[in-house]
Write a protein that binds this ligand. Structure first.
Ligand code: PRP
Ligand code: URA
Length: 211
């Protein structure tokens, strides 16, 4: 697995505002969207393209267009939804699949409550979006889900990750083609499985406290 931790002052600046507990939901949503757009630069570095010939007003030239099948973006509900538009804006021809997962806050085990993904992911480049990589349970389950459907090339984008979560994903995916792009690698998990210093519950901060 390839791990890329973004090292850019603008990303750190926006993460600082995101982490701040006084940041309201409306600003939190805007920052999440902007951060995804900034992280997309690293996340899509290996997106597949094919040569494409065009004519500028001055001369013919060869450029590129996205290869078929177009990439599949998979936000993990709820919190991953906050990152979807930031990537779709840059790759409007990408398709979107949905995976709804919730972590049991006592056992920290994830479960899937909704799924709307293509049955066959063979040959698709998949981009999994989830702001938080804590124990890694949710991301591992999502990646397994996609590999079971034939995906072989998965890039995960998380705003924050814990060392424990990165190690768990690394162990689970072994030598498969997985790239993990993080906005920042935080210090640790606390006894409740929350990232420290983190930003709290990303889903609640984006959309309000779930019942
Ligand atoms: C959060 C987060 C991840 C998961 C991370 O989602 O968005 O999906 O927890 O934790 P893990 O790495 O220990 O599995 P949550 O289950 O709170 O659902 P939500 O997005 O609906 O708030
Ligand atoms: N889920 C979150 O939203 N935040 C954490 O810190 C851990 C899991």
């Amino acid at each position: 697995m390839r791990v890329i931790v973004a090292d850019h002052p603008l990303i750190t600046h926006k993460l600082t505002m995101l982490r701040d507990k006084t940041t309201p939901s409306s600003t939190f949503r805007t920052l999440t969207d902007e951060l995804m757009t900034l992280l997309a630069y690293e996340a899509t570095r290996d997106v597949r393209v094919i040569p494409h010939r065009i004519e500028t007003p001055v001369a013919p030239t060869e450029g590129v267009v996205l290869a078929e099948p177009h990439p599949l973006i998979v936000p993990i509900l709820r919190a991953g939804l906050g990152m979807l538009d930031g990537l779709l804006r840059l790759m409007p021809s990408a398709e979107t699949g949905f995976l709804g997962m919730v972590r049991d806050e006592t056992t920290l085990q994830p479960s899937v409550y909704a799924e709307r993904l293509p049955a066959n992911l063979t040959g698709r480049q998949c981009y999994v979006l989830d702001p938080m990589l804590a124990t890694g349970g949710s991301l591992i389950a999502a990646i397994e889900f996609m590999f079971e459907r034939g995906a072989t090339d998965v890039t995960s984008v998380c705003l924050l990750g814990s060392p424990e979560g990165v190690a768990a994903v690394e162990k689970a995916v072994a030598d498969r083609d997985v790239t993990l792009v993080l906005g920042a690698l935080d210090e640790k998990l606390n006894e409740h499985g929350y990232i420290v210093p983190g930003l709290g519950d990303a889903g609640d901060r984006l959309y309000g406290v779930a019942g």
